[in-house]
Design a protein around this ligand. Structure first.
Ligand code: AQP
Length: 333
C-alpha cells in the first residue's frame, strides 16, 4: 500500500455540503489509492456543549453519511474516536509537548471562543488531541478543508519536536487540501465558512436536506450586486461561492460554467434554478442511501470492526511513545 491516510470529522451536527466538498469527497476518492482511516471525532465535539442524546444520534448519522457517500468499509477503516482510548492517552503527551503560546495562536480557537462567556479548556487544547489522532497511525496524508491547515502545521511541528527530542518515532504528515472547494462559504454570508454548527440552517446545505429544502435554501442564498454571472471571488464572493458549488458537483471548470451562463444572457434567477437541479441530482441519491443505512444493522458492525483495527494499530504506537518518554511499563502479574 502506497501510504496511510487519516482524517476526522466531528459529529457536531448535520454534515454540510462544505464538509462534503472540502473533505468527504476526497476521502472516498483516496480509498483506492492508500490505506485510509477515517475517524468520527466525538471527543472533539465535546469541546463545545453538546446535548448527549443528540451527540449519540449525530455520531450514527455521520457514520451513515460516510457509507452513503461511497466509503467502502472493506477498503477503508471507519471508527469512533472514543472507542480507541490511545487517542486521549497520546493527547496528554502532546499537551505536554505543545507550547501555550502555540495554542493561543490557533485561529479556530479564537473564532470559536469569540463572544463566549465560558470557554472549555478542551477547546483550547483541541489541536493536541488532533495531533494525537493523526500521529498514532503513522499518517502520511491528511485530506482536510482549508480551515484545518493551521492545526496540521502544528501537528507537523509536534511530530518533528518529539522526534528530535526522543528519537525518530512519528511520521510527519502532509495536508491534502483541494484547490477548489477547500473553503465553501455560508449561503447567508460569504465572509464566513459554511459550518454544520451554525445556528441558521439557511446558512448551509445538509446532505440530509430534501429537494424542497435545498431549493428554498438556494433561493434564499445571498448574491452580490449586478446581474452578470462572473466568477470573481473578490468582487462577487457570494456568487463565486455558488459557482464553485456548481462546478464541483457538475465536474466542470468554474470559469466555463460562468461563461456558459453569460453566453445565454442568464441572470441570477436562472443560475440559482439550475444550481438547485445540480445540487439535488448530486445529493438526493446520497440522502436516500443515508436513510436506508441509518435504519439497517450494518452500521454497528462496521464501527466495531473499524475500532478493532484502529486499536491494533494505535496501541503499539502508544506503547512505543510511553517508552520513549520514559514512562515505566506496567509489569504483568
Ligand atoms: N466550509 C467548508 N468548506 C470546505 N471544507 C470544510 N470543512 C469544514 N467546513 C468546510 C472540512 O470538513 C472536515 C470536517 O470538519 P470538522 O467536523 O472536523 O469540523 P470543522 O472543520 O469545524 O467543520 P464545521 O462544519 O465548521 O463544524 P463545526 O461547525 O462543528 O465547527 C474538515 O476536514 C474540514 O476542514
Amino acid at each position: 500500500m502506497a501510504s496511510r491516510v487519516f482524517s476526522g470529522v466531528q459529529p457536531s451536527g448535520v454534515v454540510t455540503l462544505g464538509n462534503y466538498l472540502g473533505a468527504l469527497r476526497q476521502f472516498v476518492a483516496l480509498q483506492d489509492q492508500a490505506d485510509c482511516l477515517y475517524c468520527l471525532v466525538d471527543l472533539h465535539a465535546l469541546t463545545v456543549p453538546q446535548d448527549p442524546a443528540a451527540l449519540t444520534a449525530q455520531t450514527r448519522q455521520l457514520a451513515a453519511v460516510f457509507l452513503a457517500v461511497g466509503l467502502d468499509p472493506a477498503r477503508a477503516t471507519l471508527f469512533v474516536q472514543s472507542h480507541v482510548p490511545a487517542h486521549t492517552q497520546l493527547a496528554w503527551i502532546m499537551e505536554s509537548l505543545v507550547h501555550f503560546g502555540e495554542l493561543e495562536r490557533m485561529t479556530q480557537f479564537k473564532d470559536k471562543a469569540a463572544g463566549k462567556a465560558v470557554v472549555s479548556a478542551s477547546l483550547f487544547t483541541y489541536p493536541a488531541l488532533m495531533a494525537a489522532d493523526i500521529l498514532l497511525y503513522r499518517t502520511d496524508l491528511v485530506p482536510v478543508g482549508e480551515d484545518q491547515k493551521q492545526h496540521l502545521e502544528l501537528t507537523r511541528d509536534l511530530a518533528q519536536r518529539f522526534n528530535s527530542r526522543f528519537g525518530e518515532t512519528f511520521t510527519v504528515p502532509e495536508p491534502l487540501i483541494p484547490k477548489l472547494g477547500g473553503r465553501i462559504m455560508a449561503l447567508d454570508d460569504p465572509t464566513r465558512k459554511m459550518s454544520k454548527s451554525s445556528a441558521n440552517p439557511y446558512s448551509y446545505i445538509a446532505l440530509s436536506d430534501d429537494p424542497d429544502l435545498i431549493a428554498a435554501k438556494i433561493r434564499r442564498a445571498v448574491t452580490d450586486s449586478g446581474r452578470e454571472i462572473l466568477y470573481d471571488p473578490e468582487h462577487k464572493p457570494a456568487l463565486s461561492n455558488l459557482l464553485t458549488i456548481y462546478a464541483l458537483l457538475a465536474e466542470e471548470p468554474v470559469e466555463e460554467v460562468a461563461a456558459r451562463f453569460r453566453a445565454r444572457g442568464a441572470g441570477y434567477g436562472v443560475f440559482k434554478q439550475e444550481l438547485t437541479d445540480v445540487v439535488v441530482a448530486a445529493l438526493d441519491p446520497v440522502r436516500r442511501r443515508y436513510l436506508d443505512i441509518l435504519e439497517g444493522a450494518e452500521l454497528d458492525r462496521v464501527l466495531a470492526a473499524g475500532a478493532a483495527r484502529a486499536r491494533s494499530l494505535a496501541e503499539p504506537m502508544l506503547a512505543r511513545v510511553y517508552e520513549r518518554v520514559g514512562l515505566v511499563p506496567p509489569v504483568a502479574g
